[in-house]
Design a binder for this molecule. Structure first.
Ligand code: GMT
Length: 377
C-alpha cells in the first residue's frame, strides 16, 4: 500500500504513535509518506520505504495568520497524486481531518481518509464552539475513524453527537526498544544511596497536574528516602520549580528537560507518576509498563484501560494526592508486591499493546477499507 501519514511532528504522544506506526508499516513493505511541517522527532535516521514531504507555509505579509491548513491540504493533494497514495492516515482531528477532506476533494474519491482521534482534539478542542462543528464534520467525512481508547469514543459521541462508527485501536510500544534496561550505573548518579526513583514525564500543561506530582512526592519523601526525576518542559514549569524551592526539595528533585531516548531514561525509574485530569490513553504509562515500571495514576479517561488497577499499579481519583502518596509508599515498600506488579506490567504491555498486534490491526483496517472500494492492494 502507499500510505500518507500526517501528524504533529514535535514532541507529543500523537506524533510518537504516528511515527512509530509509519516505521512498522514501512518494515512490512508499505511505502510510507510523511506529510508534515517538520521531520517527526522520533523518525531519527534513514529508513527504507519512508519518505518525507515537508509542508511549507507561506508567510506573505498580507496574512495575519499564515495558512498552515491550506498549505497542508495542498501538499497532501500533490503527494497523493504524485505517489499514487491509497490512503491518508491523519493523527489528531484538528485541522488534519479537514485538510485531508480538502485534499480528497482535489484528487478524487479514490483517496481514502483514516482519522485517528488522540484525545485533546476532542476532550479540549471539542468544547470550543469555534471548532466543534468542524471537528464533527471532519469525523463524519473520514472514511474510517479510530480512537486510542473506548473512553475517548464515549466522550466523542457524548460531546460531539456523532453517529459514525469509531473503531478502538490502542496505542502500542515497540517491545524491541521498551524493556527493562540495565542502567544501574545511570541510576547511581541520581540515587547514590539506593533511594527509590519516582519519575514523571509530560509536557507540563495544566491537564497533567504536575503540581500534584510535587504534592505526592513531598508526602512520600517525608516517609522514605526517594528522588524525583522530572522529564519534559511546558507552561507550568515555573510554577513547579517554585513549589520545589518552597518545600526545600531541591536536593531530591531533578529536572532533566526534554529527552529523546525515553526507554533508557524510564528504565532508571522505580515508579511512574501520572496524576492527569485528562488522559485519553496515557502513552507514558504504557512506555513505563514496557520497561517493567509500575504506575500510580488517576482514573482519568482511558488510563483504566491501560493500567490495570491493583495489577500493574494503582489508580486514584483526580486530585487525591494523599491516596497517590499512600499507594506509592505501599508499592515501593512491599518488595514482593512490587516485583509482581513489575512483571504484570511487562506482560500486559507485551500482549495487549504489542507493536506487532496493533500494526496488524491498522493494516487489516486499511485493507478492509480499500477492498470495499475494489482497490487492488
Ligand atoms: O498529552 C498531551 O498533551 C499530548 C497529546 C498529543 O496529542 O500528543 O496526547 C494525547 O495523545 C496521546 C497519544 O494517543 C495519548 O497517549 C494521551 O493520553 C493524549 N493526551 C490527553 O488526552 C491529554
Amino acid at each position: 500500500m502507499n500510505i500518507g501519514i500526517t501528524c504533529y511532528p514535535s514532541l507529543g504522544g500523537s506524533g510518537v504513535v504516528a511515527t512509530e506506526l509509519g516505521k512498522l508499516l514501512a518494515e512490512r513493505g508499505h511505502q510510507v509518506h510523511f506529510i508534515t511541517s517538520g521531520i517527526p522527532f522520533r523518525l531519527g535516521s534513514y529508513y527504507p520505504n519512508i519518505f518525507f514531504h515537508e509542508v511549507e507555509v507561506n508567510h506573505y505579509d498580507v496574512f495575519k495568520y499564515p495558512p498552515y491548513d491550506l498549505s497542508l491540504a495542498n501538499r497532501m493533494a500533490q503527494v497523493a497524486k504524485n505517489e499514487k497514495l491509497d490512503l491518508l492516515h491523519v493523527h489528531y482531528a484538528v485541522p488534519h481531518a479537514l485538510c485531508a477532506y480538502l485534499a480528497k476533494q482535489m484528487v478524487g474519491e479514490q483517496l481514502k481518509i483514516v482519522t485517528t482521534l488522540h484525545g485533546t482534539d476532542i476532550t479540549v478542542l471539542g468544547y470550543d464552539s469555534n471548532l466543534s462543528d468542524m471537528i464533527r464534520f471532519g469525523i463524519e467525512q473520514s472514511d474510517l475513524v479510530t480512537a486510542v481508547s473506548n473512553d475517548l469514543i464515549r466522550q466523542t459521541k457524548e460531546l460531539l453527537h456523532v453517529d459514525k462508527e469509531i473503531v478502538p485501536v490502542y496505542n502500542f510500544v515497540d517491545k524491541r526498544r521498551y524493556y527493562p534496561k540495565e542502567v544501574g550505573h545511570l541510576k547511581k548518579g541520581f540515587a547514590p544511596n539506593g533511594e527509590k526513583i519516582i519519575m514523571h514525564i509530560s509536557n507540563f500543561r495544566p491537564v497533567k497536574r504536575v503540581p500534584d506530582v510535587i504534592e505526592v512526592f513531598d508526602r512520600v519523601r517525608a516517609e522514605m528516602p526517594a528522588k524525583l526525576l522530572l522529564i519534559g518542559e511546558g507552561p507550568e514549569m515555573g510554577l513547579v520549580r517554585n513549589m520545589v524551592k518552597e518545600r526545600s526539595l531541591d536536593q531530591d528533585v531533578c529536572f532533566l528537560g526534554k529527552q529523546e531516548d525515553v526507554a533508557e531514561v524510564i528504565s532508571m525509574a522505580d515508579l511512574m507518576l501520572l496524576p492527569s485530569s485528562k488522559e485519553s490513553f496515557g502513552l507514558v504509562a504504557l512506555e513505563a509498563m514496557g520497561c517493567g515500571v509500575p504506575v500510580v495514576a488517576t482514573e482519568a479517561g482511558g488510563l483504566p484501560e491501560v493500567v490495570t488497577d491493583g495489577v500493574c499499579g494503582f489508580l486514584l481519583p483526580i486530585g487525591d494526592v494523599e491516596g497517590m502518596a499512600a499507594a506509592t509508599i505501599r508499592l515501593l515498600q512491599d518488595e514482593a508486591m512490587y516485583q509482581q506488579f513489575s512483571q504484570n506490567s511487562i506482560e500486559r504491555s507485551n500482549t495487549t499493546f504489542c507493536h506487532e498486534r496493533i500494526a496488524t490491526q491498522y493494516e487489516d483496517l486499511y485493507r478492509q477499507l480499500l477492498s470495499e472500494n475494489n482497490v487492488s492492494i
